[in-house]
Design a protein. Sequence first.
Length: 336
Amino acid sequence: MKPLVSVIVPVYKVEKYLNKCVQSIVNQTYTNLEIILVDDGSPDNCPQMCDDWAEKDSRIKEIHQKNSGVSAARNAALDIANGEWVAFADSDDYVNPEWIEVLLRNAMQNGCELSICSVNFIYDKDYVGIRERLSKAAKALTIWSKVEAIHNVLSSNDIQGFSVNKLFKLPIIRKNHIQFNTKITIAEDLLFVCTYLQYCTKIVYTSEEEYTYVQHTMSALHKELFSKEYNAKWLTVFTVYQEIDKVISQDDTMSKNILNACRVRVASTQSKLMFPYPKWKRKRKELQQYVRAHLKAFLKSDQYSTKTKIGVLISAWFPGLGYLEIRRKFPIDKNE
């Protein structure tokens, strides 16, 4: 008998995109699915849309909860999921018809505990910003060890720490009490994935782009990046790296070196974003000092492009120039 696959979809203020997302999951060529829609207290028409979908398709379950964030929504669904495998989708994205079939086939044929596919990044008509195509981390079908997978998840622009392009074994998640950290609002996927990887021996990756990540209008992100006050939530990514450092084996020096390079890049980016805010001057200088102290090792790493390295190098002494570059990449939407 074909194993049951649970597909978890958190839902919040996405009434414009929800039907397309759910329809793409319902239309999967692999049909033995349990689809869990989690209405995270959405104030729009999403709760009713979830109910309507549950009436249309017996494979769909809905959860309604007060607004608690995407991590809490995913955890709530994990608590009731019945599948042998579990996948996640964001409700403003969509997937290819073979998404689950490809991930599951690759996992089962190769005896892997985690299956990963590539991601197709697209931009809607409202997107404002630099449209950069993210690079591929591997070609065709590749089998990784746990350590190799951690290296690729931490250093790859294509695979990244996303949960949505991966298929997990639910018994591993439950046996080891793995959850999404509800106290973290940035890079929570990355922490979940790296924690899960500690319990894997074989991981399979395909360069087939079975998941489509839609970048919508940049106006909301622009407002967050360039508001009247720096948003301290961006610093929580350092907490994520600290937690990942704890779960990575002490003798895995390569992964720790990659993680350190990630810290340097994030410190550089945040020091640039803090530049216009006098209140954050002390913290900005602290981050600059951190970047300078680890700059030599960062420049020797091979996980970032020469362009990125030059940007980090400049911002270590001239964060104002780095800030102007960020403003260039994320210009104000003139249609607002």
